[in-house]
Design a protein around this ligand. Structure first.
Ligand SMILES: *Cc1c(COP(=O)(O)O)cnc(C)c1O
Length: 414
């Protein structure tokens, strides 16, 4: 299917989700295709940040813990996230980072599967997931915890010994955007007595997720990507309710205690998901995330997914048509059913190309070793954004204007 820019502008005009774009502050002159790395700023977040600073912290001071519901914030934010991921509100807690929450649930999984010491994950998984598993293994010692690498298509063999406590995979791969079959892999893990843990960082808020439909055991996910909670926003952790009674996590801080304000000597875990808490919630960033999630109001996940598929498909089609002959190669699944909400193209000079693209106002990112990654956020990206982004890309490839030393010099954050 080929479109003209005018036809795409018409698609934007007809788009039933067009109304959500106005909920975001989007700087003039920027085409933002990096919402999978840091979501754009919702206006509601600005307003809420002002209120929580001036009215709540400023005026009400410490009484805000009760009067402005600060203590309940993690549960309230969890209730907004739960429907996006197919979970019950009482199965989700918002706290800490993905890394810290991964440590907690890997520990919980090993403890629920005593006698099994392996955690299986993919070498290509997002590094922090692997690093945390390595750190936990080093901490517990190799008799109690060890790592085994396997891709999902090698999982059956990796599970065969009956020594695997848990498998840990990303639902959507951060490089290729490939969607894993959550139900199939979870069922396979269960058939071998292992628990299934999912990292939803690149899927929550971008594609439909059904944790309970897949009978997933635990999950973690990111607050600052498609959920738009702002840099370093708190992450979320999911534990299926059937595990709540037995699960333990080692960061047994006071706010995961059954009765924090009793100030008793011994730790007694809270009932339910709240035992995933360790310390005090970051009220300012949690409030901002809470407000940011209102950007999903009235925008059903199924409709967001349809738009996301249309935009990533358009992106691939336009790049392959208009940038042909310049060495870009699709590194994401071509089948939209297997693709999340970003697209990866490989190119030997991908880093410099992304830098030049950013200098032209089209913001994507680079993922080593050679990935040009462009994300689509269906809450605020338009069809014409895709057209305009590819027009820039085609032009800068044709002129080779990316081929300059300043675009090759690596920055700390890529
Ligand atoms: C972004 C991302 C993280 C981020 O982890 P933090 O500890 O919150 O910084 C973890 N895992 C995956 C798969 C991610 O994409």
């Amino acid at each position: 299917m080929t479109f003209t820019r005018d036809e795409l502008a018409e698609k934007d005009a007809q788009d039933p989700l067009a109304f959500t774009r106005a909920r975001f502050f989007l700087p003039e002159g920027i085409i933002y295709l990096d919402g999978n790395s840091l979501g754009a700023l919702p206006f509601a977040a600005i307003e809420r940040a002002n209120r929580v600073l001036k009215e709540e912290w400023g005026r009400s001071l410490i009484s805000s813990w009760n009067d402005h519901g600060w203590m309940d914030l993690p549960a309230r934010v969890a209730a907004r996230i739960a429907p996006l991921i197919g979970a019950g509100a009482d199965e989700v807690f918002v706290t800490d980072s993905v890394s810290v929450n991964t440590f907690k649930i890997l520990s919980a999984a090993l403890q629920l599967r005593t006698g099994r010491r392996f955690i299986v994950t993919d070498k290509g998984n997002f590094p922090t997931d692997t690093y945390i598993a390595q750190g936990l293994a080093a901490h517990l010692g190799e008799e109690r915890a060890a790592l085994r690498f396997a891709r999902t298509d090698e999982l059956e063999a990796a599970l065969a010994n009956g020594d695997v406590a848990a498998v840990l995979f990303s639902h959507v791969d951060y490089r290729s955007a490939r969607i894993e079959d959550m139900r199939r892999i979870t069922t396979l893990a269960h058939a071998h007595g292992a628990l299934a843990i999912w990292d939803l960082s690149h899927s929550a808020g971008a594609i439909p997720v059904d944790l309970n439909g897949a009978e997933a055991d635990f999950a973690v996910g990111c607050g600052y990507k498609f959920l738009n909670g702002g840099p370093g926003a708190p992450a979320f952790v999911f534990a299926a309710s059937r595990h709540h009674k037995a699960m333990r996590q080692p960061l047994s801080g006071w706010l995961g205690h059954a009765s924090p304000f009793t100030f008793s000597t011994d730790y007694v875990p809270a009932d339910g998901i709240r035992r995933m808490a360790a310390g005090t919630p970051p009220v300012i960033s949690m409030s901002v995330l809470d407000a940011a999630l209102t950007a999903f109001d009235g925008a059903p996940m199924a409709a967001l997914r349809r738009k996301s598929v249309a935009l990533t498909s358009l992106l691939i089609e336009l790049i392959e048509r208009r940038c042909a002959g310049h060495g870009l190669k699709l590194a994401s699944p071509r089948d939209p059913d297997e693709r999340g909400s970003h697209v990866l193209f490989s190119h030997l000079d991908g880093y410099a190309i992304v830098q030049r693209l950013i200098a032209r106002g089209v913001v994507g990112d680079f993922r080593a070793p050679d990935g040009v990654r462009l994300g689509v956020a269906p809450l605020y990206n338009r069809y014409v954004d895709i057209w305009d982004a590819v027009a820039h890309l085609a032009d800068l490839l044709a002129t080779r204007e990316w081929d300059r030393p300043e675009y090759r010099a690596r920055k700390a954050v890529t």
